[in-house]
Write a protein of this length. Structure first.
Length: 295
């Protein structure tokens, strides 16, 4: 049985840990509110932008000829992995890494064996995980979450788009956590480039609409496609940001509860140990008194 000093030391340590987890939960909750507001506001905009692109480019040769639509034999692959900078968020980062590895093993195993699969890490945890696995990792944007902004994500998207049009990559995928609620994050694996063809609509009325383009169809499509891609990546990063805070809040809440349960057990052990020590001392005193009385 542990000594009273050891039990007291453990109780003190767990109380300190519980205070830390409570504070981290409160911080995560405050950050989650802002991150959740950001992604809720972004979703309708991103959806409408995609719908607009689908509508304008339906049947348009200009859209089909866009350099971002060019389908090539897949020899070189880039996977954009969106994780967090810090841990203590449950399985948040682990799930992204597992999904990315499953994607590579199932779809790009041959390319990976030739060393033609590269990782662009948005978030430090993803960079560390894939560097340990021997992948070539682009770490230019691992500090994106230090001061998250559209400008930083736009820069990353432009680098990827330029590399794709230059033939440096034939396929680009993005893996991230989609925010559903505080307790639930959904792993998403989406093709970023080349652009996935929008589903065809059978609505005859919609297909017969004649549009008047101003300034011109070419200029609108030329501007709309790159902007849509940048917004798509920014949305993925915002989803991951909200998911991270939700996952950390849930993990810290659970850790606080576990610390409380452990404290109850340790206090019970402490009281039992203390009672045993007192009983032992009483028995020793009684035994000594009896021995003196017999003399």
């Amino acid at each position: 049985m542990a000594s009273l000093k050891e039990v007291r030391s453990r109780i003190t340590s767990i109380v300190s840990t519980q205070q830390i987890t409570k504070a981290m939960k409160m911080v995560a909750a405050a950050k989650l509110r802002r991150a959740q507001d950001n992604i809720i506001q972004m979703r309708p905009y991103a959806q409408k932008l995609n719908e607009m692109l689908s509508t304008v480019s339906a049947g348009a040769e200009l859209a089909a000829e866009s350099p971002y639509n060019q389908v090539r034999a897949v020899e070189r692959v880039l996977v954009i992995v969106v994780t967090s900078d810090r841990g203590l968020a449950g399985a948040f980062n682990t799930n992204v890494v597992k999904e990315t590895m499953a994607l590579i093993n199932q779809r790009y195993a041959a390319q990976a064996r030739r060393g033609n699969v590269e990782i662009m890490a948005i978030g430090k945890k993803g960079a560390e995980a894939f560097q340990r696995r021997g992948f070539k990792v682009n770490t230019n944007y691992i500090d994106t979450f230090l001061s998250l902004s559209f400008a930083k994500v736009r820069s990353a998207a432009e680098e990827v788009m330029n590399a794709f049009t230059a033939g440096q990559y034939d396929q680009v995928e993005v893996v991230y956590n989609e925010f559903k609620n505080v307790a639930t994050q959904i792993i998403r694996s989406e093709q970023f480039l080349p652009i996935v063809a929008a589903p065809t609509h059978t609505d005859a009325k919609a297909s017969n609409v004649n549009y008047i383009f101003e300034p011109s169809e070419e200029e609108i499509i030329t501007e709309l496609i790159p902007k849509t891609l940048k917004i798509q990546l920014y949305k993925a990063v915002l989803e991951s940001n909200a998911s991270e805070h939700g996952a950390r809040m849930t993990a810290m809440d659970k850790a606080t509860e576990n610390a409380g349960e452990l404290l109850k057990e340790l206090k019970l052990i402490y009281n039992r140990t203390r009672q045993a020590a007192i009983t032992k001392e009483i028995l020793e005193i009684v035994g000594g008194a009896e021995a003196l009385a017999q003399k």
